[in-house]
Design a protein around this ligand. Sequence first.
Ligand SMILES: [Fe+2]
Length: 398
Amino acid sequence: MSMRHIYSVFMVKAISISAMLLVAIPTFAIRITHGPYICDMDSTSTTIVWFTDKPGLSWVELAEAGGPDHFYGKERNKYFATRRGRKLAADTLHRVRINGLRPDCLYRYRIFTKEMKQWRWNNNITYGDIASSTVYKREPYTFKTYPAGVRDVSFLVLNDIHERATDLKKMCKDIDFSKLDFVLLNGDMSNYVGTSAQIFKGYIDTLVSMCVKYIPVFMCRGNHETRGAFADKLWDFFPTANGEFYRVQHVAGIDFLIIDSGEDKPDNDIEYGEISNFDAYREEQARWLAQLKKDGRIGKYPVVVFCHIPPLLQNWHGCYHLNNTILPELNRMNVSLMLSGHLHRNDYQAPGETMNFPCLVNSNMSYLLCYTKNGRLEVERSEENGKNKKHFIFELKH
Ligand SMILES: [Fe+2]
């Protein structure tokens, strides 16, 4: 056998092995796996959240719809995921806060993540491919900031879905989301928060497919969201400007107060594995409410409250404690209505001595379509296919 023949056989084998290795160890381009969705929006800012299968450097490209800086022009405003002076590049969760927007303005946006392939010393980073929403959708997504002034508001309330994503989709199939200002999740969307996959599969992916790429989703945590090894990461999925689940969300002339009612049983219940501290947490919220009132940050506009656990259930510690901490503060705020869940049945708690405002409790099989009209808040409760529809009207107190 000549040297030339040996060399040829060697080369053929080498090429074959290389080809096999290429087949055996394919390299996949970075992908957007979940989202985007919009959180924590007001008249001048918003947050856009999405996830990729590999870590990377992320940004949003944004332009006013129809303006000179539109997506077919050369320059687009870029907003990065940053924290304390650094752009983030080592995570698969991407959260871009955008400030300085114009009120009542329609924006077009696209999301981008450049893969971080290797991070050696200092900030010596090797980047890879870019994943972008343009791969999946040529046209940009849109959202509209809230107006700075007062106008009618409409929103959807969902609660106690407990990861029944199929039911969620069926229940919402007739809703015209283009008419809504936001979707409010009023607790217990999960059974417990064990993994990120549970959140995606349980409800986020369904909501993204329906509406929350275009209108914000606001989270009011339920007691089941306080359970599980991943529960402390939930805020990262629903970031808020004040860093808390409890907060004031102002939308076009209404102050929505989002209360985090915590667990329903005593903190030392065996079910809570020694980690519940909700008495102190509810007291913290009572102090926050008192301060809001003292500072005049609430009271200028009608107040609508979201609170997963309704107050008037005296046999449960969570309610008993809520009635003695948070409720007295709410009673001083001229609240127009509280919307709750938790019971898995429809209920209505009338104003009385303990609670001086009405509380409407939505079941786990219905949704609430709410809209303001002529100074009143109208609520239409409906099950799938418009079954058992019921209409409520509440005065918006000034
Ligand atoms: Fe609950």
